[in-house]
Design a protein around this ligand. Structure first.
Ligand SMILES: NC(=O)c1ccc[n+]([C@@H]2O[C@H](COP(=O)([O-])OP(=O)(O)OC[C@H]3O[C@@H](n4cnc5c(N)ncnc54)[C@H](O)[C@@H]3O)[C@@H](O)[C@H]2O)c1
Length: 295
């Protein structure tokens, strides 16, 4: 496996491209938005500089990594030579189904098609392709160059051979892959999202404030950050979308999104990306300040 196509160059796509390129793979990075591609290249260069400062890589490794990445605005052109496609486009079912149908028509026979989706069924994505046996979930964590875990999701039709190839490849990238089956939320989000939702219910019901809830979980459970800060990082819109998948997929009220989360997303308070969620985020400040609404 040599040629990797990464579709989508946002938060996850640039990290996935960086990781493959740094490990010597030829990466075609595709996005429909040229500005997103340019921003991704800048982000990757900035993150490589940070690695140089830390002493984990040198200037030559930075240059080699950047040389391994080519950008495309057309998925058909970008995926023509791919041995593996890792799709990291916007978390939207229709976008992903359209992309996978198109990819299965243009990719080389035998190419593996992977999705980085947080919650959309791999079995459903595979069902629109010519060869569902070659479709798999490769769920990287954010920030990709730093986080060790890759959750490998086997769709209903994914073969043992394809699963082994992707597990082994993840190890080559310096990651620790974990194999799971394809049910709503897989493992990571099936466990994480109910915890975040419960933390939001705990505010909603007036049990405690933002600072208090996050402090209990940080100091009491040794979590590196509290669930509300983590929700702000992930994006409250993303959390809501994943909870809806769990709620619809299992049909159980235990996954019903908290009305406060729904209200915050409707109001456009999405966390870090909109500068306000449970905390306020000001450029350059590392201090965590609870948002006015919750003080
Ligand atoms: N953000 C996270 O913490 C996180 C963690 C794990 C998995 N994920 C998953 O990764 C995927 C990407 O998430 P993100 O946070 O990077 O999103 P993002 O919004 O930062 O980036 C998505 C990119 O996809 C591009 N795009 C949309 N449609 C496209 C198409 N048809 N062809 C090519 N590019 C297209 C957009 O222009 C955008 O640049 C989603 O499936 C998400 O669920 C996200």
């Amino acid at each position: 496996m040599k040629n990797i196509t990464v579709i989508g160059s946002g938060t996850m796509g640039n990290g996935i491209a960086h990781t493959f390129a740094q490990n010597g793979f030829k990466v075609s990075l595709v996005d429909i938005n040229d500005a997103a591609l340019q921003k991704a290249l800048q982000t990757i260069a900035g993150n490589l500089d940070r690695q140089i400062k830390k002493g984990t890589i040198d200037e030559a490794a930075k240059a080699a990594t950047l040389q391994n990445i080519k950008t495309y605005t057309d998925a058909i052109e970008g995926a023509a030579d791919a041995d593996l496609v890792v799709e990291a486009a916007t978390e939207n079912r229709d976008i992903k189904l359209r992309l996978f149908k198109q990819l299965s028509e243009v990719c080389k026979p035998g190419a593996i098609l992977a999705s980085n989706t947080s919650s959309i069924s791999i079995t459903e994505i595979a069902s629109v392709t010519k060869n569902p046996a070659n479709v798999i979930g490769m769920h990287f964590m954010n920030p990709v160059p730093v986080m060790k875990l890759v959750e490998i999701i086997r769709g209903y039709a994914t073969t043992d051979e394809v699963t082994k190839t992707i597990m082994d490849l993840s190890v080559t990238l310096g990651k620790e892959p974990v194999e799971v089956n394809d049910y709503p939320g897989f493992v990571a989000n099936r466990i994480l999202m109910p915890m975040i939702n419960e933390a939001i219910y705990t505010i909603f019901e007036g049990v405690a404030g933002v600072h208090e809830i996050d402090t209990v979980m940080k100091l009491g459970m040794a979590h590196p950050m509290g669930p509300l800060q983590l929700a702000d990082f992930i994006g409250l819109d993303v959390c809501l979308a994943i909870l809806k998948v769990l709620h619809n997929g299992f049909g159980s009220p235990k996954y019903a999104p908290c009305p406060l989360l729904v209200n915050m997303v409707t109001a456009g308070h999405l966390g870090v990306k909109s500068s306000t969620g449970f905390y306020k985020y000001t450029a350059g400040s590392k201090e965590l300040i609870v948002a006015d609404k919750f003080r």
